[in-house]
Design a protein. Structure first.
Length: 146
């Protein structure tokens, strides 16, 4: 399984945002353990660096970026992803870019805390909490053909 992770999930962990931290951290920890692949947009990496450097310090920002680059797949945004984002029925361009990255990476889910903002996403959006519930469910056996 492959998921796209929205910036707000990364910020939940980086900034220890309660009450969202626990579920977001669990999603990232499980991806680091290889239970599924997590894809993040390149612009999320640069934005996260900026936020952490501004509100903490540059060494912490560097350490965070190194961890992201080590543990997660980073995709775009390149011109085709940006062009695709412009065509999606999503009002916020940045959200459109994340949805376009998720689509290009052939993700099964887009994990975000702002599910309503992704109503026009080609990849189903799900909260970290709901995603953890979904992956905890046993996979039903395939239905045998009659």
């Amino acid at each position: 399984m492959r998921i796209a992770v929205d910036l707000n999930v990364l910020l939940d962990v980086a900034q220890n945002r309660v009450p969202h931290y626990q579920a977001s951290e669990e999603v990232l920890a499980r991806a680091r353990r290889g239970e599924f692949e997590a894809v993040i947009s390149g612009h999320a990496v640069t934005t996260l660096f900026y936020v952490i450097a501004k509100f903490a310090d540059v060494p912490t920002a560097n350490h965070t970026v190194d961890g992201l680059l080590s543990d997660f797949t980073v995709l775009g945004p390149d011109k085709p992803i940006l062009l695709r984002a412009r065509t999606l029925p999503i009002s916020d361009f940045e959200d459109g870019v994340v949805a376009s990255v998720a689509e290009a990476a052939k993700c099964d889910y887009l994990v975000t805390r702002n599910v309503p903002d992704f109503a026009g996403s080609p990849v189903p959006a799900i909260t970290p909490t709901d995603f953890l519930v979904a992956v905890a469910q046993p996979t039903p056996p395939p239905i045998a053909a009659p």
